[in-house]
Ligand binder design. Structure first.
Ligand SMILES: Cc1ncc(COP(=O)(O)O)c(C=O)c1O
Length: 491
């Protein structure tokens, strides 16, 4: 019997969707927000974008539709089903993206001035959460695969060192899996972190599907994390901007978590978004094992086929020997195109404009494709055909030189929050040695910041940045992308 057939019958329900259906069936005359009044006043140019039923369901704040901020009815029932499915004590629906889930997670875990251990390649939402909370980040450098030019996970040794050197830290936040699908040994990390009485928070933006295939890395809740922020919208079936925050109680204060979620979420949640989260949970509960299982198989087959194309390489389990790579999400296909003498962005342009293939992202050496439950043999064949033709047209070239070693993480003079609220000025970048940075500067690859707000700029960092600019690497973060000037804290 398929595992999907063994699911708890309670999971067949979709409480938010059902409450919405009941509300519109009741036919109450709308003297309430939103102003378009269930579609009647929607601008003509938008009318056929959302179905008539969808527009009628765009309502909010009715008593029978519950309250996202203090749920007791359909939202509570839907969240409880999600928690049961993911093996969490509680699940919270988030309609402001995983960004909001991560911000709430950090705000719930650390007080101003307290330390939180985070990977240096933290997504901007983590840096944002640290700025909002006033916490002190302790950055840990992730492992870097020099050949591919991408950041992997954190090694156990790097986490152990950070824990020993920061016994006063309150929490450790890890990205698991990474954008490229690389997972760390989360279970071991959870044991180490909890042994020091710290909290384990997981940015699981790229992992809401992990639970549904034994071939995928362990999910955060199964590994023993305290909190995990998942982008339901990125990987499974809900609408963009919808995420979940999974919680295991014991070390986390539920009341504080709820308060922090309220702080970063709208008081007028969009019910289509909430219902889509409810439906995505229903889909995973009823068909998750088969849908995700199929996506994994399709991706594995595609990976094998891509690796037969001369000049292309799609890494797989062969890359798992490195310290920061314990397991792999096979549905992420990172295709290294440097063997064709192309950069990732060049290959992205060719695929988009000559073959109508849109990737998820590209970096200097690679193009990342996401395969999901929505894909079939047809899409896989289209991608494979396009890659084959592109490779045939290019021929083989020498791969690009590996990236230069990153400069050391600089000393932190101000907390990121203090730097954010400081008076700043533009400074000649070449002469900025000793100044305090007021912006993030990251080069791709490997997408790891060389400077974060509050850190002291060093000669080594200036030299590295100028060298990276000379070889044409893309810089992200500074207001002046030419890096003639840098925003620094006025002293
Ligand atoms: C690793 C990681 N964390 C967090 C986020 C933020 O998620 P969202 O776009 O849902 O706010 C992203 C988005 O790309 C991400 O890649």
């Amino acid at each position: 019997m398929d595992k999907d057939d063994q699911i708890d019958s309670a999971q067949q329900a979709a409480p938010i969707l059902e409450a919405l259906r009941a509300y519109i069936a009741d036919g109450a005359v709308a003297f309430h927000t939103p102003g378009h009044k269930q579609g009647k006043g929607i601008p003509e140019i938008f009318r056929d974008i959302v179905t008539t039923t969808g527009l009628r369901m765009d309502v909010s704040l009715m008593e029978e539709l519950d309250d996202l901020h203090e749920p007791t009815m359909c939202i509570k029932a839907a969240q409880d089903l999600a928690a049961a499915l993911y093996g969490a004590d509680a699940a919270y629906f988030v309609i402001n993206g995983t960004t909001a889930a991560i911000q709430a997670m950090i705000l719930a875990a650390v007080n101003p001035g307290e330390k939180i251990i985070v990977p240096r390649n933290a997504h901007r939402s983590i840096i944002g959460g640290i700025m909002l909370s006033g916490a002190q980040p302790v950055f840990v450098q992730p492992e870097i695969d020099q050949e591919l030019g991408i950041a992997m996970g954190l090694s156990i040794e790097a986490i152990q060192r950070a824990l020993e050197e920061n016994l006063d830290a309150k929490a450790v936040l890890v990205i698991n899996p990474t954008y490229y699908g690389v997972a760390s040994d989360l279970k071991t990390i959870a044991g180490l972190v909890h042994a020091k009485n710290m909290l384990l928070l997981v940015d699981e933006a790229h992992g809401p599907h992990l639970k549904f295939s034994p071939e995928l890395p362990l999910s955060a809740m199964d590994a023993g994390a305290d909190l995990a922020a998942q982008s339901t919208h990125k990987i499974i079936g809900s609408l963009t901007q919808t995420s979940m925050l999974q919680a295991r109680y014991g070390r986390i204060d539920p009341e504080r978590l709820r308060m922090m979620l309220s702080l970063v979420q709208s008081t007028s949640p969009n019910y289509l978004l909430l219902a889509s989260l409810d439906a995505a949970r229903w889909q995973m509960a009823t068909q998750g094992q088969s849908l995700i299982g199929k996506a994994v198989q399709l991706a594995q087959k595609l990976r094998q086929a891509i690796n037969t194309i001369g000049g292309l390489y799609c890494f797989g389990e062969d890359r798992l020997q490195s310290a920061g790579a314990f397991a792999l999400d096979a549905t992420k296909l990172t295709v290294t195109v440097s063997g064709l003498g192309l950069t990732g962005p060049e290959a992205e342009q060719i695929l988009r404009h000559e073959y109508k293939i849109q990737c998820e992202l590209s970096d200097r050496n690679n193009v990342l494709f996401i395969l999901s439950l929505a894909d079939t043999e047809k899409e896989a064949a289209l991608l494979l055909g396009a890659l084959r033709q592109m490779a045939a047209q290019r021929g083989k070239h020498a791969p690009l030189a590996p990236a230069r070693a990153l400069p050391a993480i600089p000393r932190q003079r101000l907390l990121p929050r203090a730097a954010l609220f400081s008076e700043t000025e533009k400074h000649d970048f070449r002469q900025s040695d000793g100044c305090i940075a007021a912006e993030v500067i990251t080069f791709y690859p490997p997408g790891i910041p060389i400077l974060c707000p509050g850190e002291i700029i060093t000669r080594e960092i200036i030299g590295y940045a100028l060298a990276m600019q000379q070889v044409g690497l893309k810089v992200v973060g500074p207001a002046d992308a030419s890096l003639n000037t840098i925003k620094v804290v006025k002293q």
